[in-house]
Design a binder for this molecule. Sequence first.
Ligand code: IMP
Ligand code: MG
Length: 179
Amino acid sequence: MHEVVEKILFSEDQLRERIKGLAAEITRDYKGRRPLMVAILKGSVLFFSDLIRELDFNLEIDFMSISSYGNGVKSSGEVKMIKDLDGKIEGKDVIIVEDIVDSGYTMKYLTQLLSARNPASIKICTLLDKPSRREAEISVDYKGFEVGNEFVVGYGLDYAGSYRNLPYIGILKRSVYEK
Ligand code: IMP
Ligand code: MG
């Protein structure tokens, strides 16, 4: 275990199993369609690449980069777009793939922004959900796991840009950010 990790919450095996289950759910709903899967950079890249390999239907992918954080552990509430989608989404079934929904401000901003472009539908798929911290009203359509009010890292999730490459998801030691 990495020295900044207090406890492993989800091991590689647990992640793999849950993602298979999620992929089966999404495959049931989208079989025969050709949705656009949108990865929200950078946190969702590991989840995204594992998820889409398990999806048994034709699909397209695109990437968007949104930032709401700065370098701390709490959302600033201020959301900005760093990179937009490459293609148009009008008439498409869009599935947003996110690492974690916390306050919900990022997903609220994003669904409002993308809805205005007239897609056929928009759904949200997140690996992790922290419902106890929700401030903006949004509904998550597919979720991997719920987590409590703890800051987690690994499997794409970072603290100040680090620890994204850990193969598991762990709780970050408070001593790392409470100085
Ligand atoms: P929201 O706008 O507050 O829902 O924030 C969502 C974003 O905050 C996520 O995409 C993550 O980048 C980041 N975030 C929230 N909680 C955590 C965490 O526990 N670990 C790492 N990143 C987090
Ligand atoms: Mg993120």
